[in-house]
Ligand binder design. Structure first.
Ligand code: GLC
Length: 435
């Protein structure tokens, strides 16, 4: 196993994480891009800073929810694009400790999640819509992009980099061991060394050598030196970060080798709190998406957007609680698992760890479920959720039936419908070594 494999092992084993997008934008409640989308000036955005007072913020509750859901790591927005810091940075006044809230929200989050045994990560926005030295007029993503009075004549990019690097150093040195840092994002000419990526990496090596990072210090369009090439740049990152989608074949590099990846997904249609967005995914869809990721050697990080009080919306809590109920019985088919040696079956998906294959049955069948081409290898079977015995059966009317193994998910019954768990009925199959 290479050093890289060892570094990313916990991440690849964890498979399921919680993303948390939280900041001033919880107050307008129209998503974390509101300042950009509505082209708000600093003055127009200021009332949210003046009012920010999430009195019901209790990260221990968040951590307990994440734990119940079966999430093994979490990532919180220490600073998002609007530049507001949830942590007590010495380099700016634009931070939670200066609002009516008056607390270092990052420190409390880290303490709470660590206490539940959940690995901790921080998201840090490379963009900053508040810093005076960040390009305004003409920058494709800045809220003031269309305002010629906000020209960039006196803006000093190096001063911004010094600020940004200084904040990253603060996060790397003031908050104990971090498992992960999620940089977001590169665009246009702003990628790689434009962010001073090598310097950022030096700091990471110096202060948090085991910490993992995503791949967004680099632009998505640049393939030279990215994590998918045979010779990735030092800042290419440890995993790829497909957003709001699951790649059809997982992620491979140019040599065809699997690389760590994490699909990030919102629970409704927004990252930051959006009061009017009730378009939530069902627990069943979340579970199935997670299984899909694992079956392709990837992770899923599911987002929650706490509101201005500091609470994760009730609907999100409900969904994650249901996901957790499924994980309680079936988590064994997720953690430490990956792509199986058999192709995707007709009725669902496979995941595998060592000699244990997990058959995730998602579609009911009129008769038995078929483990194709596993006739000689499938040994003992059980339903994972309750460890009830599942027996193999045969169909003498089928030519070549011994190539396949068949089972009914209910012990002692000759039907597969309705499935015991319509979300995903998991059958654990011990495989004999191939002869
Ligand atoms: C995008 C968005 C951002 C969000 C991120 C999560 O890059 O800019 O708001 O934080 O995706 O992946």
């Amino acid at each position: 196993m290479s050093r890289d494999d060892q570094r990313t092992q916990w991440f690849r084993d964890s498979r399921f994480g919680m993303f948390i997008h939280w900041g001033l934008y919880a107050i307008p409640a129209r998503g974390e891009w509101v300042k950009n989308q509505e082209q708000l000036t600093d003055e127009q955005y200021q009332p949210y800073f003046d009012a920010f007072n999430p009195s019901r913020y209790d990260p221990r509750e968040w951590a307990r929810l994440a734990k119940h859901a079966g999430m093994k790591y979490a990532v919180l927005t220490a600073k998002h694009h609007d530049g507001f810091c949830l942590f007590d940075s010495a380099l700016t006044d634009y931070k939670a400790t200066n609002t009516p809230c008056g607390r270092d929200l990052v420190r409390e989050y880290l303490d709470a999640f660590r206490a539940e045994g959940i690995r901790v990560g921080l998201y840090y926005s490379l963009l900053d819509w508040r810093h005076p030295d960040y390009p305004h007029y003409g920058d494709s993503r800045h809220p003031a992009r269309n305002d010629p009075s906000q020209s960039n004549e006196h803006r000093d990019w190096n001063r911004y980099l010094a600020y940004m690097h200084g904040q990253i150093r603060e996060l790397l040195t003031n908050y104990g061991k971090l498992d992960l840092m999620w940089f977001d994002f590169s665009y246009d000419d702003l990628e790689g060394e434009a962010w001073g990526a090598s310097h950022i990496m030096e700091m990471i090596h110096q202060y948090q050598p085991d910490m993992l990072i995503d791949n967004r210090l680099e632009g998505s369009g640049s393939s030279r030196g990215s994590i998918v090439t045979a010779n990735p740049k030092p800042y290419a990152g440890d995993f790829t970060s497909p957003e709001q989608m699951v790649p059809p074949d997982g992620c491979l590099n140019d040599l065809g080798e699997p690389i760590p990846w994490e699909s990030c997904m919102t629970l409704n249609d927004h990252w930051g709190y959006f009061a009017g967005d009730t378009h939530y995914k069902s627990a069943r869809l979340v579970v199935r998406s997670l299984v899909e990721c694992v079956s392709k050697n990837g992770n899923l990080i599911v987002n929650v957007g706490p509101d201005a009080n500091g609470e994760i919306p009730a609907q999100a809590r409900q969904i994650l609680t249901e996901v957790g109920d499924w994980m309680r019985g079936n988590g064994e088919s997720i953690y430490g698992c990956g792509k199986a040696e058999y192709p995707k079956p007709e009725w669902g998906r496979y995941t595998q760890r060592g000699n244990t294959l997990y058959a995730h049955v998602m579609e009911e069948a009129v008769s038995a479920i078929c483990l194709q081409n596993m006739g000689k290898r499938a040994q003992t079977l059980c339903r994972l959720a309750d460890h009830s015995e599942v027996k193999l059966t045969r169909f003498w009317t089928l030519t070549g039936y011994d190539q396949h193994a068949f089972f009914f998910p209910y012990p002692g019954q000759a039907s597969s419908y309705p499935l015991p768990d319509e979300t995903d009925t998991v059958i654990s199959v011990k495989l004999a070594k191939e002869d």
